[in-house]
Design a protein around this ligand. Structure first.
Ligand SMILES: [Zn+2]
Length: 490
């Protein structure tokens, strides 16, 4: 591990760095941690060269972070938490590591401001999804730099974003900037499995540590670039659909497959699923989706589509326009509650009729939708009282944060500082992040991505060859610093 880190560092001199790479040994935990060199020290970077040095330091940190394999399950986030604590400790920032289960961890650090304004939270998850090395061009846990990119699982989701947050904290701390708010850095477990002992556990068990916060920055935003790298828009995540996962179960008489039974539960289940699969859930235009599509109209090149997006309510009254719009998977998911049948269970043996058959439905509800009302409607569609439909677990209504805030204005200002014509919009997420735990406490929570990504680069999230360009990393460190310093600096 240590040797691999050193090799990774040598390959990182991508901006013509001539400083010797002198790693330092730091570590409050039992095992010393070999950290990369601090490439800038004096105050806030003032020019492009100094921001490139900050970006280079971010890259060396990200390389190490990617090399800590936190594939979930099992996650092993404790190792990542110890590493983060070492990085923060070297800067004089004390961090607490909570261990809710063996090998699992949530890290909490708080940099004090003068308390005249309420805190801002940087939220990031330490776990990553599985990577199958046979489909990758490089070792997904090598922290490899190649062709101007940092490659590896988590480079985008979300170790890269975490490092941009971390560097902002480090820059403010090294500069000794007077702060009007505390800044909280919260690195959590188990985001990728959607349950467990991560952000939800932290909010439930340590609400006092975060309850007073006003703002939170998390994953779930986008900076969309075209193939040439031109930024099309800055997307801030203010809302996301809520998952309402259901089990569908049919019971019947078991028997030998050679003697069909009239109430075979698999047949009954298949009939119910056919009704579910062919049910077109009603189209619903929420105010946020309407505003987002209206924004997108300004960059839509197709004349007909531009008109539909500009007035989606009118477009949906025209069946041809509605069909064309909902043929787009994203628009479709933004305009209705959706159902994907994802799991099926019948008999383990081909010649045995089982006594029970079941299916799993991944249902996603728009903001403002009542889960109980949706379930009642689904039961009406299935129209078979012998088929039971039950929620898999607790659910929550979709959450939304307002845009009339100091933090949102700071994001707009930082975007306009880079491009006076840039537009900032609020793409709703069809998936979900951990932000809902915090929105439910009344904390204004935004998905803010630091990295401009084109479509090909975005596919790395949960896909193969996940990578972030070193230019995007430098951009991201500067952008997050720019946003956050506007709301925390005195
Ligand atoms: Zn993520």
């Amino acid at each position: 591990m240590r040797r691999r880190v050193l090799v990774g560092l040598c390959s990182l001199c991508f901006v013509g760095c001539v400083r010797p790479l002198r790693p330092s040994l730091v570590g409050p935990s039992a095992q010393p941690v070999l950290l990369p060199p601090q490439l800038f020290r004096e105050g806030v970077p003032k020019n492009d060269a100094e921001w490139r040095a900050a970006g280079q330091e971010a890259a060396t940190l990200l390389s190490q972070y990617i090399a800590i394999n936190t594939t979930n399950p099992p996650g092993n986030e404790l190792k990542a938490a110890h590493w983060l604590r070492s990085v923060l400790g070297r800067e004089g920032i004390e961090a607490q590591v909570f261990e809710p289960a063996p090998g699992k961890a949530n890290l909490f650090a708080r940099v004090q401001g003068d308390g005249t304004r309420r805190p801002l939270i940087f939220l990031n998850h330490m776990d990553v999804v599985l990577a199958s090395p046979e489909y990758w061009k490089v070792d997904p846990f090598g922290g490899v730099v190649k062709d101007g990119y940092m490659w590896g699982r988590g480079a985008l989701d979300m170790k890269g974003e975490a490092i941009a947050q971390l560097m902002t904290l480090i820059i403010l701390k090294r500069a000794g900037a007077p702060l009007k708010r505390d800044i909280i850095f919260l690195a959590t477990s188990d985001e990728e499995i959607g349950a467990g002992v991560g952000a939800g556990w932290f909010v439930e068990n340590h609400p006092d540590l975060i309850r007073d916060a006003e703002f939170l920055i998390n994953e779930g935003g986008t900076i969309r670039a075209d193939a040439s790298g031109h930024i099309e828009y800055y997307g801030v995540g203010t809302t996301e659909k809520s998952p309402f996962w259901l089990d569908v179960t049919a019971q019947g008489t078991s028997g030998h497959g050679s003697r069909p039974t009239p109430d075979n539960p698999v047949h009954r289940l298949v009939r119910a699923l056919n009704r579910i699969a062919t049910w077109q859930t009603p189209l619903v235009v929420t105010p946020t989706v309407e505003r987002y599509l209206h924004d997108l109209a300004t960059i839509e090149t197709d004349v007909a589509r531009r008109a539909w997006l500009a007035d989606v309510r009118a477009a949906l009254k025209d069946s041809a326009a509605a069909r064309a719009l909902t043929a787009d998977l994203t628009y479709n998911a933004l305009l209705r509650n959706t159902i994907s049948i994802t799991g099926l269970k019948g008999s383990d043996k081909t010649n045995v009729i089982p006594p029970v058959a079941s299916a799993a439905l991944d249902v996603r509800l728009l903001p403002g939708q009542d889960p109980a009302a949706f379930l009642a409607e689904l039961i009406r569609v299935v129209a078979d009282s012998a088929v039971k439909i039950t929620p898999q677990g607790p659910n929550w209504p979709a959450t939304e944060s307002p845009t009339d805030t100091e933090l949102f204005r700071a994001i707009v200002a930082a975007a306009h500082a880079r491009d006076p014509d840039a537009f900032v919009t609020t793409p709703p997420l069809t998936g979900f992040t951990d932000s809902h735990y915090f929105r439910r406490l009344g904390i204004v929570s935004y998905g803010v991505s630091p990295f401009p990504l084109n479509q090909a680069e975005s596919r790395g999230v949960h896909g193969n060859d996940e990578r972030v360009s070193l230019d995007a990393l430098t951009f991201g460190v500067h952008f997050i610093y720019d946003v956050v310093s506007r709301v925390v600096a005195r």
